[in-house]
Design a protein around this ligand. Structure first.
Ligand code: CTP
Length: 396
């Protein structure tokens, strides 16, 4: 319910992607938003208002002169009651009209009369998108502070392929959720590691661990939503990269170290969330090891570099944040690790409380003491951690 209590005015314009706006309404409502739909006349040729009325549970407005609004001020009332106005799909024609401040139907009038943020999700044929006129209009809208969501790239209804697809409903919902987050890390660059590492024994086998990467990915998403430029150095996980985040995929601890040290100097914050293998096989076999019937040969291990400690020891280190996932004696181990690595903040969690799951229980340890965070979904905890990082950055 990440949009709980939010009032969204959803404008639908004429385009084949209008059918996806129906699913968008469902997803917005599932996230706790209330949705008021307004459609252009062209949109009603693709999907009827009845569909949106049934899904949103509210009457749909299509006409400036709708007699259902007592004062005949639909264009004022509908946007004044909204926390955000999202137009999805936004056709090339509609974007052109609002770029020029035209107000010749209900939805364009609503755009002009709004006093809430406007987000638009363009949807059109790739050549219409690439047309200089459309690009000029998009530049104008960006300059006016309007958020342009997408478009995406891929197969189009017309049979062509390229840029111009409306973003998928779940991507639009994620963009709206991000829009509402406070921009605590605006202008800040944050680097983090996430997931496990995989240390090769031979070309097909290795040493790894059960880290799912979810906590690290949630922090990457929360930091991005808070306005940071985020680089995520990720071990092998099966998770999609959060929108707007730059991901660098690595396998071993040594690769992770290299990717981090290349970038640490140009970042304001480094968060080590990865479960880095402490040891790796000293000399991985270049060919697959075969059973030869005899006793298995032992695997000699050597220590991996401690990436977090190395970053913290740089002459001008970023603000360093570590994690301590423990099965027992969490407080002692977390504080010991914080001091050993000389980092200002470490996040402790008991493995039994959330390794691999959706929820987690965390305790933050810093110079001011301990700050337990209540059990919550990982994205919520990530947002609280981001808030703490923003406070520590301010004090620096
Ligand atoms: N870390 C790192 N590089 C390593 C090992 C750990 O950057 N080679 C980081 C992790 O990302 C995490 C923190 O250091 O932020 C964990 O500290 P550490 O003491 O290394 O944890 P464990 O490896 O779990 O230690 P132990 O096995 O002794 O509990």
């Amino acid at each position: 319910m990440e949009l709980h209590g939010k009032r969204i005015a959803l404008g639908v314009t004429g385009g084949i992607a209008a059918y996806k706006a129906a699913e968008l309404v469902r997803q917005l409502i599932r996230e706790g938003a209330s949705v008021q739909v307004a459609m252009t006349d062209a949109a009603t040729r693709f999907v009827t208002p009845v569909t949106f009325q049934a899904l949103s549970g509210r009457p749909v407005f299509t006409d400036q002169w709708d007699a259902r609004i007592g004062n005949n001020m639909a264009h004022i009332d509908l946007s004044r009651e909204a926390d955000a106005l999202l137009v999805a799909p936004a056709s090339a024609d509609f974007l052109a009209r609002i770029a020029h401040g035209l107000a010749d139907d209900l939805l364009s009038t609503l755009v002009l009369a709004r006093d809430c943020p406007l987000l638009v999700a363009p949807a059109m044929n790739r050549q219409m998108w690439e047309n200089p006129a459309t690009q000029r209009n998009i530049a104008t809208l960006r300059g006016d502070g309007i958020a342009i969501l997408g478009p995406g790239c891929g197969d189009q209804a017309c049979g062509e392929s390229g840029l111009g697809r409306m973003l998928e409903p779940d991507e639009l919902v994620a963009a709206l959720i991000a829009h509402f987050q406070p921009k605590l890390l605006a202008g800040c660059r944050l680097l983090l590691t996430a997931g496990p590492t995989f240390e090769a024994i031979d070309p097909v086998r290795g040493i790894t661990n059960l880290s799912s990467g979810r906590m690290g990915y949630a922090i990457a998403r929360a930091a991005r939503e808070a306005g940071a430029e985020v680089t995520l150095v990720s071990g092998p996980v099966a998770l999609p990269c959060p929108p707007g985040v730059t991901r660098i995929a690595v396998t071993s601890a040594q690769q992770m170290r290299e990717a981090v040290l290349q970038r640490a100097g140009e970042n304001d914050v480094f968060v080590g969330v990865a479960a880095v293998a402490d040891y790796r096989p000293a000399s991985p076999a270049t060919r697959k090891i075969k059973k030869d019937g005899g006793a298995p040969s032992p695997i000699e291990l050597v220590a991996n570099p401690d990436i977090l400690a190395e970053v913290a020891a740089l002459p001008v280190p970023p603000l360093c944040v570590g994690f301590a996932a423990e099965s027992h004696d969490l407080h002692d181990y977390a504080e010991k690790k914080r001091r050993a690595k000389k980092i200002p903040l470490i996040v402790g969690n008991l493995i039994s409380d959330g390794f691999g799951g959706d929820d987690n229980t965390l305790i933050l340890f810093d110079d001011e003491g301990q700050h337990p965070l209540p059990t919550a979904p990982k994205i919520e905890l990530a947002r609280r951690l981001v808030a703490r990082i923003a406070t520590l950055l301010e004090k620096r």
